[in-house]
Design a protein around this ligand. Structure first.
Ligand SMILES: Cc1cc2nc3c(=O)[nH]c(=O)nc-3n(C[C@H](O)[C@H](O)[C@H](O)COP(=O)(O)OP(=O)(O)OC[C@H]3O[C@@H](n4cnc5c(N)ncnc54)[C@H](O)[C@@H]3O)c2cc1C
Length: 527
């Protein structure tokens, strides 16, 4: 993973000249004032951990698995939001952990937590490092140091219960590794977020991720039937039946807890047979409203393809279509929907049902071209973000969800807020996760960088968070809370809700060492 950007450095590319020109003409984008820092120029704080603590950690996981070289520290600094990348490009490594610790078992995680609690060292559980909400930055105040607890060595497919269609897998497995291991059994999880190439199973559970095929396979939290969690107070082993009336479901307390309550060391996950057939195709609707109505009908009639997404007018023109298709689509100012089917003999009948609903609501069938084009480029947008940042554009995404009846209001509120704080940015939106009762809205914003691009985005983000909550949406449908959504989340769940979360944290993590500052603010500054 590129330390200051996304993915395989070999795939990094400069923006072509004509696109730069277009960005300049449309948005006033100019090359950034300062060049991006080289690896050796990033300013890292001195390692704060004492030799005593480093020795204690080595005693637990072995000397090879405690690293405090610059390379390891830098690669575990923050996540991959646009402000994270901008800070790295500016040479700011101030949030680097003091050390990276790689445990090899559940018991080692427990022992690391005990050691860190004894020495008041903050612990940041680290999966793929793709958080976009500030979920990997711990508050240092009151702690003797910070370690990143990298779960990469917990990377086994432990067992497959074919009869129950449940696989036990370790949290450090990256999604492609997990899919490869399951493919050996003819199975799949069906979880394909845009961060698929790098994110891990533990991160998906801890941040309540949702993948591009959620209409068919469900969200990641739907897939978790059981889990083992290491906390500073001991082990939690949750989930022993497909459903249960034995009190509140404690799995739901850990799902979405973003490393603040415990470290997930094992997951029991519902799996599906790997599909024999994959078909992706496109539909055009006259407007976002008309397309939304069709998606709603499909969700409410239970005729859902595996992938279902709808771009608004702007995203249709700019984002999804191939350059050769932009003219054709924009001439008619429509909205592109992609329907993807992954399955077996049921696929033809489902396609017919979807076609009947879509065409009955004004959809025009575009054939497989746009669907295949989407499937081909489904993981490429983050690479483009790096090229845009280098060219002087700020590009960031944000998401929310709401009930169908409130979706138009939410859509407008977000757009208005972004326009109010960023001048005339390019704002694109799509729906990519649908339910009978509502849907998510996923926005991409492109604007010209100012000389302080981090400050520019932070101001916009504060106001758009407020707009989302005021308009009745949730602050996150699938990115999580982290630090960036913490205040808005507190408004969303109210004082009592925050008190409950704090109470759970205090009970599981009395020293407050787990990801301090993420999910819930400390009640009072730690002294
Ligand atoms: C380009 C890009 C595209 C993305 N697309 C999507 C998308 O389509 N859908 C989506 O849902 N998200 C998406 N994300 C967000 C991100 O990939 C998800 O939040 C993902 O779940 C994070 O997984 P990770 O392994 O990288 O976790 P990390 O980023 O390493 O950690 C995320 C949070 O979980 C905690 N954590 C990690 N592992 C554990 C564990 N084992 N136990 C306890 N806590 C743990 C961390 O402390 C942190 O707070 C995207 C991000 C990027 C950068």
């Amino acid at each position: 993973m590129l330390w200051s950007g996304w993915g395989d450095p070999a795939k990094a590319a400069d923006l072509p000249g004509p696109i730069r020109k277009l960005l300049h003409e449309m948005l006033g984008v100019r090359p950034p004032r300062d060049r991006a820092a080289d690896f050796g120029e990033v300013r890292l704080p001195a390692v704060a951990l004492s030799p005593l603590v480093l020795t204690a950690l080595r005693d637990v996981v072995g000397a090879d698995h405690v690293r405090f070289d610059d390379d390891a520290r830098l690669r575990h600094t923050r996540g991959k939001s646009t402000p994270d990348l901008l800070r790295m490009r500016a040479g700011d490594g101030s949030d680097a952990p003091d050390a990276v610790v790689l445990p090899g078992s559940h018991d080692e995680v427990l022992a690391v937590l005990a050691t860190c609690a004894a020495h008041r060292v903050a612990v940041v559980p680290f999966g793929g490092g793709t958080s976009v909400v500030g979920g990997l930055v711990a508050t240092r105040q009151g702690f003797a140091g910070v370690v990143a607890l990298d779960l990469a060595r917990l990377n086994r497919l432990v067992a497959v219960d074919r009869e129950s269609m449940v696989a036990e897998m370790e949290p450090g497995l990256r999604a492609p590794q997990a899919e490869q291991l399951l493919a050996g059994h003819g199975l799949t999880l069906g979880h394909f977020p845009q961060s698929f190439e790098y994110a891990t199973l533990g991160g998906f559970a801890a941040a309540r991720s949702s993948g591009q095929a959620s209409a068919g396979y469900g969200r990641f939290d739907d897939m978790v039937v059981g889990m083992t969690v290491a906390t500073p107070r001991g082990t939690l082993d949750l989930g022993r039946a497909p459903a249960s009336a034995a009190g509140p479901d404690l799995r739901q307390v850990i799902l979405g807890s973003e490393g603040a309550f415990g470290v997930i060391t094992s997951l029991r996950l519902r799996v599906r047979p790997a599909p024999a057939e994959r078909v992706y195709e496109g539909w055009r609707f006259e407007s976002f409203a008309a397309g939304s109505a069709a998606l709603r009908r499909l969700a409410q009639e239970g005729a859902l393809p595996t992938v279902l997404r709808l771009s608004d007018e702007t995203e249709t023109m700019i984002g999804l279509a191939r350059p050769s298709e932009i003219g054709a689509l924009s001439a008619d100012a429509g909205c592109l929907a992609v329907a993807g089917y992954e399955g077996f003999s049921e696929v033809p009948a489902l396609r017919e049902r979807v076609a009947a609903v879509a065409s009955g609501l004004g959809g025009v069938y575009l054939g497989p071209g746009p669907g295949e084009s989407w499937a081909y480029g489904r993981y490429s947008a983050p690479y483009l973000r790096d090229s845009l940042l280098a060219a002087g554009a700020t590009v960031e995404t944000l998401e929310t969800a709401g009930f169908w009846s409130n979706l138009p209001r939410l859509y407008e509120a977000v757009r208005l807020s972004l326009h109010a704080s960023l001048g005339s940015p390019l704002v694109m939106c799509h729906i990519s996760h649908v339910y009978g009762t509502g849907a998510s809205l996923y926005f991409t914003v492109v604007t010209a960088q100012t000389d302080d691009p981090v400050g520019q985005w932070e101001t916009a983000k504060r106001s758009v968070n407020e707009a989302i909550v005021t308009a009745g949406g949730t602050i996150s449908h699938h990115h999580g809370v982290g630090r960036d959504h913490r205040e808005a989340h507190a408004v969303e769940i109210g004082d009592l809700g925050v008190e409950i979360l704090r109470g759970i944290k205090d009970r599981l993590d009395p020293e407050g060492i787990l990801n301090p500052g993420v999910l819930v603010a400390p009640e009072k500054p730690v002294s």
